[in-house]
Design a protein around this ligand. Structure first.
Ligand code: ATP
Ligand code: MG
Length: 696
């Protein structure tokens, strides 16, 4: 097998191979950091490393692979499996799976459930997504009467952001307020009280929010026996996209692999685009020292050859990022044959932009490029609205990533709340949502029920015997039966219990919504989706942590065997590549966004965002500059009409690297036809005509 592996590794360049084989057969080797530019094969190298660890006898169960999204984890397992299949001569079914591949949050959730009893947690805990967490914060805020003083206390979303930032940066509330929320600094004391009550409320209900998953995982590893046990389960921990991790995630890694042995991280400081969520590029910069072993800093490998894009695309991308103050300076080069210069296209407005993009997409398809190898990227989910209309009008199928419409739909949330309530009877938000669907049950009754469930031994009986207003009695009995069925459901028979949920919900749905038919289809979609998960608990956890990103039109995930154009926010396009890429709205006010225009750090993050977008392209890159661009400004309500202009990240001096176009071409005056040489003497003719008194 090793010789076949050698063969697979021959495809890699020297630096990549060094990274793949680092520490193989060398007990003294410490941590490894691969820091390199876009498209230089970081993810590919990581996949080969996983394959080579397994080929050298490593146990797939003992490899922990941490990625940015579930999709990325699946893709990487797939790539590693492919290399391994060839190296070991396996049929594809025989390729070992990586059971521990996922995001920090989902892996954290699984470990917490497994060790729940040692942590004093009920293993049936449910997870609040951002929306739930905000609502919960709002409830606590109201209960504490913090809004009563007459001064304007920060809203629930702001409170949650502050709380989350404190957690993820591992900084003090005072510092976070001073640095990021100076206008809330006067509330420090109240916020302290609020956050304390928020933590208690979650504990009482047996729910965790996103931040808790990391925090609890970190705490768990702070206990020496647990740390030894959990850390000892994984011989290797590999992390992709390390530039977008936060302080807490780095701290978890330090507790998992204190001396860095068996730890590999790859990333690109030039692509760090998540600092608004507390991620910090300092993690990657400080990695060598944080994971030093016996005084030796971690081994760093850099990659400079880019295998993804053509040189002209790299030239313009390099120019955008060169102006940034990067710490790990790198100059990417490529040998990929040239397919012309990137285009910079000036269009009058977003409607024309949509038409031009649709034209080009079809032209590329005529030229033999499948829709799937083309993508349209944009700053914010709402920016594709005009394009979506245009694509629908022309029957061009598309899938959109980065919008969460499907799970945000109220009827989908209803069904999920029912499942959550069955999973965790103490979860107030889910319980509230579900029981109030029943006519005759209002907030007061719901509160009474949730209080009763708070410390009861038998939730099924409590629900069954609960006294409701007379008008609701019959419907309540039906609900109690369904609840019992869901609670008792055998974990092995998932997802059949969903039928019971569906049966109960359908009449409510029909009563509440005029467009019930469409919504029923969504619920069916949810049932189909559920079949892909091993258990109710895994389904709820994964769906909450990493919702299926794709939405085609307004209904659920698309049929993935069809050809479709990819629409994606730039943030969701991380790590991916397409033969042709269109980037919409490359204008000031969008990239950089008008909300970022101010603080220098924000602006630099926007620069990196453009760099990420541009480096997704393999052969064709089209940047669009609508001259009239609508922005929604938070302060000035409503849409504002702006004459924006090209982004500041492409200064005039860089324009020669592009093929510049104006579309539609401005109307041209018809070319003047040169007059023939004069052949008549008009003046004498007129005189003669007048004298003779006749014309003609
Ligand atoms: P990003 O920074 O965008 O995440 P990356 O550094 O992770 O990029 P990959 O996605 O791993 O880069 O690789 C980019 C492309 O280059 C992929 O299509 C990959 O298959 C190809 N590639 C990587 N290494 C090699 C190689 N040694 N030979 C040929 N192709 C390669
Ligand atoms: Mg990558």
């Amino acid at each position: 097998p090793q010789s076949h592996l050698q063969e697979a590794l021959l495809r890699l360049n020297d630096a990549q191979r060094r990274a793949v084989l680092h520490g193989v057969g060398d007990a003294a080797a410490g941590a490894l950091l691969v820091v390199a530019g876009a498209g230089s094969g970081k993810t590919n190298t990581l996949a080969h490393r996983v394959a080579s660890l397994i080929a050298h006898g490593g146990d797939p169960q003992r490899i922990l692979l941490l990625t940015f999204s579930r999709r990325a984890a699946q893709e990487m397992s797939h790539r590693a499996g492919h290399v391994l299949a060839r190296a070991l001569g396996l049929k594809h079914e025989g390729v070992p799976q990586l059971p521990w591949a996922g995001t920090f949050h989902s892996v954290g959730a699984r470990l917490l459930r497994e060790y729940a009893t040692s942590l004093g947690l009920d293993p049936g805990f449910t997870i609040h997504d951002r929306g739930d967490a905000e609502d919960q914060m709002g409830l606590v805020r109201n209960a504490l009467n913090l809004t009563a003083s007459g001064r304007r206390f920060p809203g629930k979303a702001t409170c949650l952001s502050i709380y989350s930032r404190v957690t993820n940066t591992q900084d003090s509330l005072r510092n976070v307020l001073a640095q990021a929320y100076p206008w809330c600094a006067e509330w420090e004391e109240e916020l302290e009280r609020l956050f304390g009550a928020y933590v208690d409320a979650k504990a009482e209900q047996n729910v965790l929010d996103y931040d808790d998953l990391l925090l609890a995982w970190h705490e768990m590893l702070g206990e020496p026996t647990l740390a030894a046990q959990v850390g000892g389960r994984f011989d290797h921990v590999l992390v992709d996209e390390y530039q977008d991790t936060n302080r807490l995630q780095a701290a978890i890694l330090r507790r998992l692999k204190p001396d860095g042995r068996g730890l590999t991280a790859v990333g690109d400081d030039a692509q760090s685009i998540y600092s608004f969520r507390g991620a910090t590029v300092r993690n990657i910069l400080e990695f060598p020292d944080q994971f030093a072993r016996d005084g030796q800093p971690a081994h760093v490998v850099t990659l400079e050859r880019n295998y993804r894009s053509t040189q002209p695309i790299l030239d313009v991308s390099n120019a955008v990022i060169a102006a940034a103050g990067e710490r790990f300076a790198k100059r990417l080069w490529s040998e990929r044959a040239c397919a012309g210069r990137p285009q910079l296209v000036l269009v009058p407005d977003e409607a024309h932009q949509a038409r031009w993009v649709a034209d080009q997409v079809l032209a590329h398809r005529e030229g033999g490029l499948r829709l799937k190898s083309q993508a349209v990227l944009f700053r914010t989910s709402s920016h594709s609205a005009a394009l979506e209309l245009e694509l629908a009008r022309r029957n061009i199928p598309f899938v959109k990533f980065g919008g969460l419409k499907f799970l945000e739909a109220s009827h989908v949330k209803d069904v999920l709340a029912l499942l959550r309530f069955a999973q965790n009877p103490k979860g107030r938000l889910a319980g509230f949502r579900v029981v109030q669907l029943i006519p005759g049950i209002g907030a007061a009754t719901a509160t009474r029920l949730m209080d009763a469930l708070q410390d009861c031994a038998d939730p099924i009986a409590t629900v069954r015997d609960f006294v409701v207003p007379a008008a609701a009695r019959e419907a309540w009995a039906v609900f109690a039966d369904t609840y019992a069925e869901l609670r008792k459901a055998d974990p092995g028979s998932w997802p059949t219990e969903l039928e019971a949920a569906q049966r109960w919900y359908q009449p409510h749905l029909e009563r509440l919504h005029e467009d019930a038919a469409v919504r029923i289809a969504d619920v069916e979609q949810l049932v189909q989706l559920a079949a892909g998960y091993a258990s109710r608990e895994r389904f709820l956890t994964e769906l909450t942590l990493d919702p299926p990103e794709a939405t085609s039109d307004r209904s659920g995930p698309p049929l993935l065997d069809e050809d479709y154009l990819v629409l994606s926010t730039i943030h969701s396009a991380k790590g991916q590549e397409w033969t042709s890429v269109h980037v919409l709205n490359v204008v000031d006010g969008c990239i950089p966004s008008d909300m970022a225009t101010g603080c220098a750090d924000d602006i630099e993050e926007e620069r990196r965002l453009l760099y990420v977008a541009m480096t997704r392209a393999r052969d064709h890159l089209h940047l669009l500059v609508p001259q009239r661009f609508y922005v929604t400004q938070q302060r000035a309500r409503g849409d504002r009409h702006l004459y924006a202009g090209r982004t500041r990240f492409i200064p005039g001096s860089d324009l020669k690297a592009y093929q510049q176009m104006v579309w539609p071409a401005p109307p041209v005056e018809p070319p003047a036809v040169p007059p023939p040489a004069a052949t008549i003497d008009l003046r004498n003719r007129l005189r003669a005509a007048w004298r003779s008194g006749q014309v003609g």
